[in-house]
Design a protein around this ligand. Structure first.
Ligand code: 5RP
Length: 212
């Protein structure tokens, strides 16, 4: 079982705030995500700025792309992204077209996806999925359950690199002990606390304590 990566999600509303956030924690994390909210608000300029600041980091554009996969992925790659996301209901041709343009693609799992569909993603060459507790579901009071953990275990058993996200806090990580999680994706739990650098370090230390 590998050491899970730590990915910071920059879901800031404006680029200047995202840049402020990343200068505090960029050196502490493994993957930098231009969040969906940031991409929608500021476009690929956000990715260009992050790439300029962090030439050697993995940068993910969280486009949650549903269509025009090749074009969107090409724009992400030209801006400097290594990875991007597609939504799980995108068609296989959309996913394949996107995968040709970026180094890797993450399928974002929302709603009523099935393991039969997951087999088709695997056959199409997609190996990364993101198991997501949606922000709106969390606001509605849902939380991580044994059902979620079992689905994550099943995806890992199928051979996927599974990242998990959605309102993660340092205390949440222990729920996933014993599961071969590829990356923990945290946004507000790091960005919005009084000392984001310390929070990122505590996330890393907790990951090492549990998986190291
Ligand atoms: C929202 C996302 C977020 O990037 C992800 O959920 C992490 O953010 P947070 O930790 O603040 O929930 O993909 O669509």
């Amino acid at each position: 079982m590998g050491l899970p990566k730590l990915q910071i999600a920059l879901d800031n509303d404006v680029l200047s705030e995202a840049l402020y956030s990343i200068t505090q924690v960029g050196d502490e994390v493994d993957v930098i995500e231009a969040g969906t909210i940031l991409c929608l608000a500021e476009g690929m300029e956000a990715v260009r700025c992050l790439r300029a600041l962090y030439p050697d980091k993995i940068i993910l554009a969280d486009t949650k792309c549903a269509d025009a996969g090749g074009t969107v992925a090409k724009n992400c790659a030209l801006a400097g992204a290594n990875w991007m996301t597609v939504i799980c209901c995108a068609t296989i041709p959309t996913m394949k077209a996107a995968l040709k343009e970026v180094q890797d693609l993450q399928v974002e799992l929302y709603g009523d996806w099935t393991f039969a569909e997951a087999e088709t993603w695997m056959e199409a060459g997609l190996v990364q999925v993101v198991y997501h507790q949606s922000r709106d579901a969390l606001f509605a009071g849902e939380t991580w359950s044994e059902v979620d953990l079992n689905k994550i275990r099943q995806l890992v058993a199928m051979g996927f690199k599974v990242s998990v996200t959605g309102g993660l806090e340092m205390e949440t990580l222990r729920l996933f002990a014993g599961i071969d999680v590829y990356a923990f994706i945290a946004g507000r739990g790091i960005r919005d606390v009084a000392n984001p650098r310390q929070a990122a370090r505590e996330f890393k230390a907790e990951i090492k304590r549990i998986w190291g």
